[in-house]
Design a protein around this ligand. Structure first.
Ligand code: GLN
Length: 287
């Protein structure tokens, strides 16, 4: 490593080093922005800036770690979601941009279906880092929000994220909706991004995902649909007469998940929604 590199030189080194290791070349820019605490435009306005020694050391180390497979979010300790930073570690799924689209759609439907905003209860199942529950609560503060996860260590992260943004959420450790059923509570809105990757797809997953994110948060059984099936056995017990269900799904699972919902709620309006890449990514059910 040559000391006293400029921003553009460090970025050039990072992108070719990362490509050599079959990683995304853009990771270098994100990491350097993190260590310099600069926005994208600041970084580009400072191409000739000589890197402070410590920044250069940290940056080289981080790029090498990512080349070796460590997710950049684990190196930095956070990921951005819906304009906010969320703490992440190996105990939670790293937030994905697709889930931001679930939020957009869920907010639109919540506002349309429940315009008077009164006494509305929402639950996020398998909350992980807490992104869905926390973002919904911050965007729609009138929602009484609960978030469930089976993993105690995931809930610790979710609680930290909620505290950071002062989101008032009731966090519960438990298996899917069982805590709500036991408490005989009723809810209006159910959102979930459950583990939905078919078990056999472990073969084709990148090592960045497979070796660093919790398998419990990734895999959903033989066809990836186990959690949707289990949820559909439980949901009828917890919903009010009028309710909204929103699931994130894996590409190609739309029809099957819609069918699972249709069986339990034949009278409902079910919609498969594509993400910005044109892939089926969400299913909503209005009851
Ligand atoms: N709800 C969290 C998210 O959307 C965690 C999802 C999961 O672990 N499957 O990122």
């Amino acid at each position: 490593m040559v000391q006293g590199q400029k921003v553009f030189e460090a970025l050039q080194w990072a992108s070719s080093f990362l490509v050599e290791h079959q990683r995304d070349a853009n990771a270098g820019e994100i990491l350097l922005r993190h260590y310099l605490q600069m926005s994208r435009s600041q970084l580009f306005a400072n191409q000739q800036l000589v890197l402070p020694e410590q920044v250069q050391k940290d940056f080289y180390k981080a790029v090498r770690m990512h080349a070796g497979g460590v997710p950049i979010q684990h190196i930095m300790g956070y990921e951005e979601f819906y304009g906010r930073e969320f703490i992440v570690n190996q105990d939670v799924l790293i937030p994905r941009p697709e889930t931001e689209e679930l939020i957009v759609e869920a907010i639109t439907r919540t506002k349309r279906m429940f315009p008077d905003q009164k006494d509305l209860k929402m639950v996020d199942i398998g909350t992980g880092s807490g992104i869905i529950a926390i973002t919904m609560k911050l965007e729609c503060p009138y929602l009484f929000t609960s978030a469930i996860d089976i993993s105690g260590s995931a809930l610790e992260i979710a609680k930290k994220n909620a505290a950071r943004y002062k989101a008032d959420i009731s966090f519960i450790q438990g298996d899917l909706l069982i805590p709500i059923i036991k408490a005989k509570e009723k809810v209006d809105i159910i959102l979930s991004n459950p583990p939905y990757i078919p078990n056999r797809d472990i073969e084709v997953l990148s090592d960045v995902v497979k070796d660093h994110e919790p398998h419990q948060a990734l895999f959903g059984g033989f066809d990836g649909l186990d959690y949707y099936r289990r949820l559909m056995e439980q949901i009828p017990e917890v919903i009010r007469e009028k309710a909204l269900i929103g699931f994130e799904i894996g590409m190609g699972q739309g029809e099957q998940v819609a069918e699972i919902l249709r069986k339990s709620f034949p009278q409902s309006v079910i919609e498969i929604v594509n993400d910005i890449n044109g892939k089926d990514r969400m299913v909503f059910c209005e009851i």
